[in-house]
Design a protein around this ligand. Structure first.
Ligand SMILES: [Fe+2]
Ligand SMILES: [Fe+2]
Length: 268
């Protein structure tokens, strides 16, 4: 039976409850994906070795996303456990399911594409930072406000390069899901910041300064399969990652955080 205190707690974060309802409405299943109708990844023509090289590039793209979503499962489970509001716990129960479903889809896709390739070492470093944070406010900021927002343009890029494939279908689904994940994080962070102490806010900004350059390295990283990137591609990538980080910082500022305390350098 719900007590008066329970109801009180529930009333504290109605803006997060809306994301719970939205997540339930947008929920999908791996079996809804066009596994039998479309090729898993773009098919290329030409010489055998050229075909194999193209395939390796797609395998490395998928491996990186599989690695990112496996980390997201652990993060979502931590958020579910740490959340202090009933509505937020309900919401995170859906996010944990989303991230596990993303892993399921990537696992099937990597199998269909020929198996995984090398891990991204920068993503492993990001995972250590995210999972090691001790405050809920910091985890929500780094994971949902920054990471899940800054990752969305990647899905759009991959989708645009893989028209008519299962990979494109999955990236379109993830664009929507991570839009919800980011939106809910913004909503919950606003609730948490109402009562956050000065030292918690300082920790959050310090965490962001530590995370952003590693995020940049993760985005710019090329495994050996994609190591042929030319210098013009590299400068385009750099400009893009800079825009994404600036956008992330603007969003953090919109929460009322003093982002002038965030210091970071982007690799060149
Ligand atoms: Fe995900
Ligand atoms: Fe996510």
């Amino acid at each position: 039976m719900a007590t008066v205190e329970d109801t009180e707690v529930r009333r504290q974060a109605p803006e997060v409850f809306r994301y719970y309802e939205l997540a339930k409405k947008r929920e999908w299943q791996v079996r809804d994906m066009p596994w039998d109708e479309l090729p898993p990844i773009p098919e290329s023509s030409g010489a055998k070795d050229k075909q194999a090289r193209r395939r390796d590039i797609w395998r490395s793209v998928i491996t990186q996303q599989l690695q990112a979503d496996s980390l997201a499962v652990e993060m979502a489970a931590q958020l579910l456990e740490l959340a202090r509001h009933q509505e937020a716990k309900l919401y995170y129960s859906t996010m944990a399911q989303d991230e596990a479903r993303h892993v399921e889809a990537w696992l099937r896709l990597i199998e269909a594409a020929g198996g995984p390739t090398e891990r991204d070492p920068h993503l492993d470093k990001l995972a250590q930072i995210f999972l090691g944070l001790d405050e809920l406010e910091e985890k929500v900021l780094l994971m949902q406000v920054f990471f899940e927002r800054m990752i969305i343009p990647r899905f759009r890029l991959i989708a645009r390069a893989s028209r008519g494939t299962v990979l494109e279908d999955l990236c379109n689904r993830l664009t929507i899901d991570d839009g919800i994940h980011h939106g809910s994080g913004m909503a919950y962070e606003k609730v948490l910041l109402r009562t956050a102490s000065k030292s918690t806010k300082e920790k959050m900004l310090k965490g962001a300064s530590k995370m952003l350059p590693i995020f940049a390295e993760h985005v710019l990283w090329r495994p050996k399969e994609r190591d042929f990137v030319s210098s013009s591609m590299r400068s385009r990538d750099l400009a893009r990652v800079r825009r994404e980080i600036e956008e992330g910082i603007k969003i953090a500022a919109s929460l009322g955080l003093d982002v002038s305390d965030i210091e970071y350098t982007i690799p060149s």
